[in-house]
Design a protein around this ligand. Structure first.
Ligand SMILES: Cc1ncc(COP(=O)(O)O)c(C=O)c1O
Length: 425
């Protein structure tokens, strides 16, 4: 089959596609597998009850459901909902925005595809620009979203040791260079895969750098405030008219409605709406229908703060404590859990690659994500890339506990094997 460059690029079997297939196959097999790999949000019964209530209310009102499923929204999404969102952001954070600053998309994954290719790639003047990721590791879902080759530039982080077993990545501003080759800066905050939350100071500096260079700062707020608020540190949300804040309905518990939210200068929001019209006519209306009443009443804040955040915080700290205890005797470090659904584990001087570690865990019935996938834009060899794993703690407690125990056991085995190999020599 002959394919265009676009066809080749977008349909290629990337490493992560193969890995996801592999995880899917493992789960479909006869053996019980402990899933600590995927990024699906947890099923939180009390949150599900809230959304069930909204749906029941829709169904109970004559004609409401029929109206909901039968009409396209405009390409920017349900206008009433956009105004309600703007009111929420104004009231909560004092952001100077109206509904015209907001555009919905069919999932924030699509938001990034649109925004990245709006600001990076080939320009009419013949130049080619990249997206700069100021701190890698960064979200794997960005990696294949660029339409031109060599789409990302990334900077290795500073590693700050907070205690014997805890570290935090920070942006290495000395190494961060915004050249003419850069079309936008992007960071997820909280970060998938590490659970890092860029500090207010880092964000202010990045925003200033972006403005000085006449390029936007894209902040991926899929796990941030005001919803789903899976954030355990004291970071302030950030927006200015040179920043594009991307939100998602997925992590509060609605991944199926495929709704992303872009907050930006009016001209950017308008252009994204135009692109929606080309790519998909209109954003899904089910998201606004299910989340809208909670945004209108402010209930979305309570659900996030009182149900979603504590649920994940408890699980994050329990998982981290279990690993710290089990891995006291090896050179193990854990990224400070500040948000999102993941723990990022660093086994310093791990004698096997992260892929081999993944394979060994898979053979013992535990699925995780090997860390080396999470460094888009960092092509140079760097041992650290092979020493990390991402684990999701969102699943049922007993599965997470059993999975983590096996991870600890396999890590200890790998270090011990290397030690005995050295001793034999
Ligand atoms: C950091 C980050 N951004 C964006 C997304 C995409 O989310 P969605 O397309 O479901 O809105 C995810 C999903 O896991 C994510 O982790």
């Amino acid at each position: 089959m002959r394919l265009s460059r676009f066809g080749e690029k977008m349909t290629n079997d990337t490493g992560i596609c193969r890995l996801m297939d592999d995880l899917g196959e493992a789960l479909a097999g006869p053996r019980e597998m402990l899933m600590l790999g995927a990024g699906n949000p947890a099923h939180i019964p009390e949150v599900q009850k809230v959304f069930r209530g909204v749906m029941e209310d829709i169904l109970s009102r004559p004609g409401e459901y029929e109206r909901l499923i039968s009409n396209y929204d405009g390409p920017e999404g349900n206008k009433e909902f956009l105004e309600e969102l703007a009111t929420l952001f104004r009231n909560e954070f004092g952001w100077n925005i109206t509904g015209k600053n907001i555009c919905l998309t069919n999932g924030s994954q699509l938001s990034f595809f649109m925004l990245f290719n709006m600001f990076a790639g080939d320009y009419a003047d013949g130049s080619r620009r990249k997206v700069l990721l100021p701190l890698a590791p960064e979200y794997i879902g960005y990696a294949d979203s660029g339409l031109t080759p060599d789409f990302f530039a990334a900077v290795k982080p500073e590693i700050h040791h907070l205690d014997e077993q805890t570290f935090k990545y920070m942006v290495d501003f000395e190494a961060l260079e915004v050249t003419d080759e850069i079309g936008a800066i992007c960071a997820s905050r909280p970060t998938n895969p590490t659970g890092n939350v860029l500090t207010d100071g880092e964000i202010t500096k990045l925003a200033a750098l972006a403005r000085q260079n006449g390029i936007p700062l894209i902040l991926d707020n899929a796990y941030g405030t005001p919803f789903p608020d899976i954030i355990f540190s004291d970071a302030r949300p950030y927006y200015d008219d040179n920043t594009i804040v991307c939100m998602s309905m997925s992590k509060i518990g609605l991944p199926v409605v495929r709704t992303g939210i872009i907050i930006a200068r009016e001209e950017i929001a308008r252009r994204v709406a135009n692109m929606n019209a080309v790519l998909s006519l209109a954003p899904n209306g089910m998201g606004p229908a299910l989340l809208g009443p909670l945004v209108r009443s402010g209930e979305v804040l309570r659900v996030s703060r009182e149900m979603v955040k504590p649920f994940y915080r408890r699980k994050a700290f329990a998982a981290a404590a279990q690993l710290r205890e089990a891995l006291r005797d090896v050179d193990f470090h854990i990224h400070k859990p500040e948000g999102a659904l993941f723990l990022w584990l660093w086994f310093r001087d791990l004698p096997i690659t992260s892929h081999e570690f993944y394979e060994r865990l898979r053979a013992r019935g535990v699925l995780v994500l090997p860390g080396h996938y999470f460094f888009p834009g960092i092509d140079e060899p760097w041992r650290h890339k092979q020493e990390c794993l991402r684990v999701t703690y969102a699943g049922p407690d007993d599965i997470v506990e059993r999975g983590l125990a096996i991870i600890a056991d396999e890590a200890k085995k790998a270090y011990a094997e290397a030690k005995s190999a050295v001793a034999v020599k």
